[in-house]
Write a new protein. Structure first.
Length: 144
């Protein structure tokens, strides 16, 4: 078994894609085994079509330029970190710098004076709305 380190939501999406590809490969190998596909069709489906997509996905992080470490405050101050990030990655769109456009997987931004309640595990109430009552120990007489 190979350990998998995802590093976030997109890593999990990649793992799910890999699992889907594995299922497709198993189906193609079964179809070849029972005579529904020839050798050329099997190779075309596994290596050329799906294999290229999977190799491209696995090679994509290698091309990633890295993390700049600059924050929105750095860009507002136009300090050395922000200038280095601009040189390396180019100019950021204004809506990203303002925080109005974000990834759907990004954590919530909590600003000073933010009165919004955090969502509970079920998404309908905060954990404070749940009343927890400790279990009372039963005496020997009540269990008879």
């Amino acid at each position: 078994m190979t350990p998998v380190f995802t590093g976030g939501q997109f890593g999990w999406k990649a793992v799910m894609l890999l699992m889907d590809y594995d299922g497709i490969v198993r189906d193609v190998l079964l179809a070849h085994h029972i005579g529904l596909l020839g050798n050329n069709q099997r190779q075309q489906m596994i290596r050329v079509q799906g294999g290229h997509a999977m190799r491209s996905l696995c090679n994509f992080p290698v091309k990633f330029p890295g993390f700049s470490g600059a924050t929105r405050d750095d860009f507002a101050a136009n300090n050395a970190k922000a200038r280095a990030a601009r040189e390396k990655f180019g100019e950021l769109p204004q809506d990203i710098l303002e925080g109005t456009r974000r990834s759907e997987f990004a954590p919530a931004i909590h600003r000073d004076g933010d009165q919004s309640e955090p969502m509970g595990l079920l998404g309908d109430a905060s954990d404070e709305d749940v009343e927890v009552t400790p279990a009372q120990p039963q005496s020997d007489e009540s269990s008879r």
